[in-house]
Design a protein around this ligand. Structure first.
Ligand code: ADP
Ligand code: MG
Length: 399
């Protein structure tokens, strides 16, 4: 993978930098700026070399047209605070404002372009439409640096097509992310425990299949666990359940047995009458969830058991919270696992957290970034990497 150092002297060069600034917002307020902070070192490296840096990024899922609530304006503000200098903001991506702001850039200065996804070409399935938009982006700059790890699994204009038009390199964040993922896949230190949770099993099934080949333990919690409990023939009440995945999960349970991979499931569950912090809730056995309740967290006994597995591991990958952690009564399971992962880190294990909500969860629970070896900025991208898929945004950097 080509790096920034391979691009030669960047002084006075216009560098188009694809970053991942897709932060959670509450109205106009950024609730977790982790992705902005993770983007800063690469920007500083470029400005330090006297480059004129044009940052482009997306926010949320606008439908190919401007929508005020998805404007990157608050992100430009926060980025400026973190860089300790003003960041110019273009009110469009490749239009008049962008051209004007880019032309005005001095060496070492930064401009952020408006949301890439306000343009239908960014995510278009039509190659011609996508590359037309990529050509407009390319006309703004001399070189391209790909640092939005959270999007490298997408063949989008600002990720994939653009690299075919400009001299290109991977930024420091993409490099760091890939290095860590390599350590998880190339002969990981054992025991290797993988903890999976979160909301959707179907998103994470592909990776389970591949992890059965490499992990020693697969610890399952979160909303996806109920499909596993159902596959074992248990009643799961009103809990999240993907009925059409039950047979696949049964297959995984058999395969795990055959391969000697230990699947660790919860033995107790916090079951509530509804999806609400105020709902009546109680701890029940995992095989006895009442029909009129939904599981919103793993129970305390399971938290202890999960923590024990994690503490004994030399390599840990964790994706997906153990419960609906945003609500205080259902955060304990995620906290128990996070504490154990932090302890494993202290004992020298390689610990990686992937997934936007998982990263937000550990920060919300008061953990520091250095309680873990690495917090990935790309949940989907890291899962696809571990799934063994080719990531178009990385492949294209090799050419
Ligand atoms: P990540 O972004 O880390 O990959 P996901 O997006 O897959 O994680 O899932 C995160 C969401 O899963 C959180 O919003 C959390 O509230 C939800 N969740 C976790 N456990 C449950 C559960 N038992 N029932 C419903 N939602 C859950
Ligand atoms: Mg998520």
């Amino acid at each position: 993978m080509r790096t920034i150092d391979d691009l030669g002297d960047l002084k006075g060069k216009k560098v188009l930098l694809r970053s991942d600034l897709n932060v959670p917002l509450d109205g106009r307020t950024i609730t977790d700026d982790g992705r902005i902070r993770a983007s800063v070192p690469t920007i500083e490296k470029l400005t330090g070399q006297g480059a004129q840096v044009i940052v482009c990024a997306h926010l949320g899922r606008p439908k190919g047209a401007p929508e005020e609530k998805y404007s990157l304006a608050p992100v430009a503000q926060r980025l400026g605070e973190l860089l300790g200098k003003p960041v110019a903001f273009a009110s469009d991506t490749v239009g008049e404002s962008a051209k004007e702001k880019v032309a005005a850039l001095q060496d070492g200065e930064v401009v952020l372009l408006e949301n890439l996804r306000f343009n239908p070409g960014e995510t278009s399935k039509d190659d011609a439409e996508r590359s037309a938009f990529a050509r407009e982006l390319a006309s703004l700059a001399d070189v391209f640096v790909s640092d939005g790890f959270g999007v490298v699994h997408r063949a989008q204009a600002s990720v994939y097509d653009i690299a075919q038009l400009l001299p290109h390199a991977a930024g420091g964040l993409v490099q760091a992310e890939v290095e860590v993922l390599k350590r998880l896949t190339d002969e990981p230190q054992r025991p290797y425990a993988v903890v999976l949770g979160g909301a959707k099993v179907s998103d994470k099934l592909g990776v389970i299949e591949n992890l059965l080949k490499t992990a020693d333990q697969l610890v399952i919690g979160g909303g996806m666990v109920f499909t596993f409990l159902a596959a074992q023939g248990h009643e799961v009440g009103k809990s999240l359940l993907e009925k059409d995945q039950i047979d696949t999960v049964k297959g995984y349970l058999d395969e795990a047995k055959a391969k000697g991979v230990e699947i660790v499931l919860p033995t107790d569950i916090v079951a509530a009458t509804e999806f609400s912090a105020d709902a009546d809730h109680e701890v029940v056995a995992a095989d006895a969830i009442p029909a009129d309740r939904m599981g919103l967290d793993i129970g305390p006994e399971s938290g202890k058991a999960f923590a024990e597995v994690v503490r004994a591991a030399k390599t840990v990958f964790w994706n997906g919270p153990m419960g609906a952690f945003e609500m205080e009564p259902y955060a304990a399971g995620t906290k128990a696992v996070a504490e154990a992962v932090a302890e494993a880190t202290k004992q020298g294990a390689l610990t990686v957290i992937g997934g936007g909500d998982s990263a937000a969860a550990v920060r919300q629970l008061g953990f520091a970034d250095d309680d873990f070896t690495h917090i990935s900025t790309g949940g989907g991208a890291s899962l696809e990497y571990l799934e063994g898929k080719e990531l178009p945004g990385l492949e294209v950097l090799d050419n």
